[in-house]
Design a protein around this ligand. Structure first.
Ligand SMILES: [Zn+2]
Length: 511
């Protein structure tokens, strides 16, 4: 998949707004920082992306389930999880122009690994050492206010005595659900609990539209397992090449990933279960979302960069040209028994389980996390091309907002039959749109821009055929622009197969 030139971020956002994919929240009031609304095309694309994610990752095992928990968490939960104390993003304020910045941004050059884990005093020292200046006015008068918690907290109920928080990540709900899922399920490990939904963070500096938002959608799968016995069928993936950028290669200045066989990563000390899921994440990005293979990279985080409870972390990154380079679209975290141990301590309830062999164990967690909004942007970035005045969004049919458009060549003459075709598609569960405005070329162009893979034009030949089963219309494919005459049955068959997202071969995972 090639494109003539990288689409600029502003140009990309302009296309997305024009086609009703998304726009700033409260647009008529000038927008709200860090919030967006999805229009019809964006809502459909986002829903299809979530469905593709669920089909793929829940398809890995029959013991992986999706839940739909509440978005509000009582204070006890975020106290136990550590968010109340630690979910801060150190901030720097300019005493001269009063602008606020993330400390990480001001110290980007001096400390590319970020400022996670540094105290305000240590950050202050760094600012002095580096003679850091205000990115806005250049002043050296920078101050560090008290840490600012990124959670949205509020009074819960009418008494004013209870506090609650909008969830800062969907993962916590899956940890809270573990005990009940154990009881209602097969009482065996591994057990997977997935949540797709919004999370909320009061970001100091929202930016890049869908990349640092204050309300965003996550798709997260928490796999609870027994570290002694978790043995996915690794030999089935051992030869797969993964584009990894290891910590040692990064220290040597490398930016490009090294294609590395899965078995070599295991020989190097990574657990088989971890690499097995890394392969599934890779296949999802390459084969399901269809990012160009050479634009994908697994970026290993060092001890200093990852949160202390993460034992292993690779970020799933894709090169996003409109934003100038590789961006994190997801990650794979091996979190050990941190989460269930914290919630055992916080709730006073033992969240460990007794296994078939009598052992009592606090299950370990492997977290697979995806930023849904970020992937919407990255799909637009990777798929939209502008060449010879033609804008085309090359989305897989199962992700496209609308899989098929039915176009009457002349509205007055062919509209009734076109409506019948559209109704037949709708009855088969395939949402089809109609468009009778402007020349057929203009209509194809509008559909190309929003990624519709197939257009069907109903013309006088379609209308002239007395037997509806034998009537044909012109089916045009978006990418090749190839056209052929098809019957309604052929069309239904073609589209129906196209809109089903791929699934992995389900296997029984033990441990
Ligand atoms: Zn300033």
């Amino acid at each position: 998949m090639s494109r003539s030139a990288a689409v600029e971020s502003d140009q990309l956002y302009a296309i997305l707004r024009r086609r009703g994919v998304l726009w700033p929240t409260a647009d008529v009031y000038g927008g709200a920082q860090g919030l967006v609304d999805y229009g019809p095309a964006g809502a459909a694309l986002k829903r299809h992306l979530e469905e593709a994610w669920a089909a793929w990752f829940l398809g890995v095992s029959p013991d992986f389930h999706r839940i739909d928990p509440a978005e509000i968490l009582p204070e006890a939960v975020v106290r136990a999880s550590g968010h109340l104390e630690n979910f801060t993003d150190p901030e720097v304020v300019c005493d001269h122009c009063h602008a606020h910045f993330r400390a990480e941004t001001v110290l980007e050059k001096a400390r590319p690994e970020g400022v996670d884990g540094l105290s305000p005093a240590q950050i202050g020292e760094l600012l002095t050492q580096q003679s850091a200046r205000c990115p806005s006015c250049g002043s050296k008068e920078l101050a560090i206010p008290r840490p600012f918690n990124l959670m949205f907290g509020f009074d819960f109920g009418a008494t004013g005595r209870e506090r609650a928080y909008l969830r800062p990540e969907t993962a916590q709900s899956s940890y809270l659900a573990f005990a009940r899922m154990w009881d209602v399920g097969r009482r065996r490990l591994p057990l997977g609990i997935a949540t797709i939904g919004r999370a909320y963070r009061n970001e100091i500096a929202p930016r890049q539209v869908l990349f640092r938002m204050r309300a965003f959608t996550q798709a997260e799968l928490q796999v609870f397992f027994d570290p002694e016995h978790f043995r996915p069928p690794f030999p089935t993936v051992a030869d797969e090449l993964l584009p990894v950028l290891r910590v040692d290669r990064r220290r040597a200045g490398a930016e490009a990933p090294d294609p590395t066989p899965a078995r070599a990563l295991v020989a190097d000390g990574l657990p088989e279960f971890y690499v097995y899921f890394l392969v599934h994440v890779h296949r999802f990005l390459r084969d399901v979302l269809r990012y160009p293979a050479d634009a994908i990279r697994f970026f290993e985080k060092s001890d200093a960069e990852r949160a202390f409870y993460n034992r292993i972390q690779f970020d799933a990154e894709v090169r996003v040209e409109s934003l100038g380079g590789f961006k994190e679209l997801g990650a794979l975290h091996y979190r050990g028994d941190y989460d269930l141990s914290r919630h055992s301590a916080g709730s006073g309830r033992d969240l460990g389980v007794t296994l078939g062999d009598g052992r009592h164990l606090v299950p370990h967690v492997l977290e697979i996390t995806f930023g849904v909004d970020r992937n919407v942007w990255a799909l637009a970035d990777a798929g939209l091309s502008i060449a010879d005045g033609r804008t085309v969004w090359r989305l897989p049919p199962y992700l496209a907002p609308t899989p098929v458009a039915v176009l009457p060549l002349i509205a007055e003459e062919h509209g009734r039959v076109a409506d019948a075709w559209r109704a037949a598609l709708g009855a088969a569960g395939i949402p089809a749109v109609s468009d009778d405005r402007g020349s057929i070329g203009r209509r194809y162009a509008r559909m190309d821009e929003v990624g519709t893979p197939w257009c069907v034009t109903v013309d006088s030949e379609t209308v002239a055929e007395a037997d509806p089963a034998r009537a044909t219309a012109t089916m045009r494919e978006r990418d090749s622009r190839a056209q052929e005459r098809v019957t309604l049955d052929t069309l239904l068959d073609r589209v129906r197969r196209g809109v089903v997202p791929p699934r992995p071969a389900a296997v029984e995972l033990s441990g």
